[in-house]
Every structure is written in structure tokens, then in C-alpha cells.
Design a protein around this ligand. Structure first.
Ligand SMILES: [Mg+2]
Length: 112
């Protein structure tokens, strides 16, 4: 993750793009790239979405990369360690979704 963060920051610095990378703009870029990821699956049946062609899979891979790059950039600009964030969210989610209540259920924690 550190090397990805360094690559993302270096890429922007070399192009003088840091001036455009406010947290607001980076948060928006995460949503835009996530939408591009969704577009890969738009109108597909669940079965089709689970059996993508090689080209479709390459496109999904590109968009996953874009989402991660934007997210790493946002986290870096805010001084947040995204892996620590994910670890903390897992701890919180485990409390909200105890196995005995949530196993096999798609209900939200406040409906369990
Ligand atoms: Mg994209």
C-alpha cells in the first residue's frame, strides 16, 4: 500500500496536478470512478455479470484500479491510512453484525 501511495503522489506531482487534488475533488473522483465501475455491469443479468468476457474483465480491472488510485490519493491527502481504516471498520462491522444474528441474512444491522 505504501508503494502504491508513493506512485499515486509522484504521478500527480510530476504532472503538477496536486493543485487539482483537493479532498473535495478527490472524494468526487472516487464516486465518478465507482460509477464507471458500475457502468461495466449495467444491464447485465446476474449470470452475465459473473461470467464476463476477457475484454469486459479487463475493463472492470481498469476501473477497480481507478477507484483504488483515487481512494489512496484521497486518504493520503487527508493523512489517513486506508488499511487501518478498513481494519477498524471490520472491527466495528463485527460488532454490528454478530455471526449469530447476521448469518445468511441481508438485513441491515438495525433490523437484525
Ligand atoms: Mg475510470
Amino acid at each position: 500500500m505504501e508503494s502504491l501511495k508513493e506512485m499515486v503522489l509522484k504521478f500527480a506531482e510530476e504532472r503538477d496536478w496536486v493543485q487539482f487534488h483537493s479532498p473535495k475533488n478527490l472524494a468526487m473522483s472516487v464516486a465518478v470512478e465507482a460509477s464507471e465501475l458500475l457502468e461495466c455491469f449495467m444491464w447485465l443479468t446476474p449470470e452475465q455479470s459473473a461470467n464476463l468476457s476477457k475484454d469486459q474483465l479487463a475493463h472492470v480491472s481498469d476501473e477497480i484500479g481507478d477507484v483504488l488510485i483515487c481512494l489512496v490519493n484521497l486518504a493520503a491527502r487527508l493523512g489517513i491510512d486506508p488499511l487501518a481504516s478498513a481494519g477498524e471498520k471490520f472491527r466495528k462491522n463485527a460488532e454490528k453484525y454478530p455471526v449469530e444474528k447476521s448469518k445468511g441474512s441481508a438485513k441491515k444491522y438495525d433490523e437484525l
